[in-house]
Design a protein around this ligand. Structure first.
Ligand SMILES: NC(=O)C1=CN([C@@H]2O[C@H](COP(=O)(O)OP(=O)(O)OC[C@H]3O[C@@H](n4cnc5c(N)ncnc54)[C@H](OP(=O)(O)O)[C@@H]3O)[C@@H](O)[C@H]2O)C=CC1
Ligand SMILES: O=C1OC[C@@H](O)[C@H](O)[C@H]1O
Length: 382
């Protein structure tokens, strides 16, 4: 017996770069990724600039019947919208997500969920109190490759994982490309490498050394870190973190940088950005780590370590179907959770977003990186 797919009706809050990429993915036919139980409909978009800006966005995406709003408040009041996708700069995630939750909308909010852990915890509390779904848009976790890698580690195929290295860095001509106003470096938009890119390094470390552990063994890591600031604005341009996780002291080494690149030159091989090291061997994931499509298993020499013959050297390639970017998998997760009455995703639980934010808070404390009092506050946007 076939039943009608569940339809999730989206409202897009902000009309910048990632809002366009995400909305395009919502429009990819779910059948191209063998998803027949859910579908997505984009019913409205809002721009804080003007309604005509929102209309241009919808026209660009060929959505003639969707409604265009000139304010975020109007969008979250639309009774035809089930879920709001928030695609504003980091500084505004908390206020925008809160606005949507208070208006009784489910929320998918771009990474990082907020500027600090206290704000993320408040969003979590509001969502739970109101019975609404809330998730940070860490799209990487919903790639089939990420699921497969977690399963390999959970099954113990790498032995005991002792260390995870994770880097996301891009070479940029920082002064010329970003100056002082670009969201990547603008302190008034909570810019900087850590919140924008380091969140991916941390998500890989957390997936392996935190997420897949049994609840009784999970705990917050201790943090040692270093930040180098961009002189022109004071945001972080290089951040390196060493996290030590319970229960056995495994290390997660998470780095991010906007002056040197993970993938130095596509014409020459670079070291893998993600390296999961177990007692029986390694699993590496090729760049880009936020859109992972290839991993390699490297067995340790078996004579001394007892690595089984079944653990053979191999590279496994995946592809992103349907001509999409790969953001549709996180959207599918939202649809299934909401259909099933779940308030959060088991793959990206809010509690874990809060735990990652706590690490970022500590790293910023150690590096004396503080954003404006206004949007570090939990009153921001009230
Ligand atoms: N998942 C991913 O792969 C990616 C995620 N991101 C995340 O998405 C978010 C947005 O990034 P991106 O789309 O690149 O940014 P853009 O600058 O391209 O767009 C941000 C949009 O936010 C709205 N906005 C509201 N208030 C402000 C403000 N004070 N200053 C600037 N813009 C404002 C604007 O839309 P309007 O005028 O319509 O209101 C603007 O177009 C960030 O959180 C970033 O981390 C970014 C890139 C990739
Ligand atoms: O989320 C992101 O992933 C890809 C990067 O290019 C981008 O700057 C970042 O915001």
């Amino acid at each position: 017996m076939t039943s009608e797919p569940f339809t999730l009706r989206w409202g897009i809050l902000a009309t910048g770069g990632i809002a366009k990429t995400f909305t395009k993915d919502l429009l990819v036919d779910p059948a191209t990724r063998s998803a027949t139980d859910i579908r997505h409909e984009v019913v409205a978009a809002a721009s804080s600039t003007s309604a005509s800006h929102a209309q241009d966005f919808l026209t660009f995406l060929n959505l003639p019947t969707a409604k265009a709003y000139g304010s975020y408040a109007a969008l979250v009041s639309d009774p035809n919208v089930d879920i709001i996708y928030i695609a504003t700069p980091h500084s505004h995630h908390y206020a925008n997500a809160r606005l949507a939750l208070v208006a009784n909308k489910h929320v998918l909010v771009e990474k990082p969920i907020t500027v600090n852990a206290a704000q993320a915890q408040i969003l979590h509390d509001i969502a739970r109190e109101k019975g609404l779904f809330l998730m940070e848009a860490v799209w990487t976790r919903f790639f089939p490759l990420a699921t497969e890698v977690c399963k390999i580690v959970e099954e113990g195929r790498l032995g005991e994982v002792k260390r995870v290295w994770a880097d996301l860095s891009f070479w940029n001509d920082v002064e010329r490309e970003f100056g002082v106003g670009h969201r990547m470096v603008n302190m008034d938009l909570a810019g900087g490498a850590l919140l924008d890119l380091g969140v991916y390094s941390l998500t890989w470390v957390f997936q392996i050394l935190y997420h897949i552990l049994p609840a009784a063994q999970k705990g917050n890591p201790s943090v040692a870190s270093s930040i180098t600031k961009y002189k022109a604005t004071g945001c972080d341009e290089m951040t390196s973190m060493i996290l030590t996780f319970p229960p056995d002291g495994a290390h997660g080494i998470a780095t991010t940088n906007i002056r040197v690149a993970t993938d130095v030159n596509p014409e020459h091989p670079s070291p893998a950005p993600i390296r999961i090291q177990g007692t029986l061997g390694d699993l590496t994931i090729a760049a880009p780590c936020y859109r992972p499509t290839s991993y390699t298993l490297i067995p340790a020499s078996s004579a001394s370590r007892g690595t089984p013959a079944s653990f053979s050297y191999q590279t496994v390639e995946h592809e992103v179907p349907g001509g999409g970017h790969g953001m549709f998998w996180e959207a599918d997760e939202c649809a299934r959770c909401i259909r099933d009455g779940k308030l959060e995703s088991e793959v990206m639980p809010v509690e874990e977003s809060v735990a990652v934010m706590r690490v970022m808070d500590e790293v910023r404390k150690q590096g004396e990186l503080v954003y404006s009092t206004a949007f570090e506050s939990v009153e921001w946007g009230e």
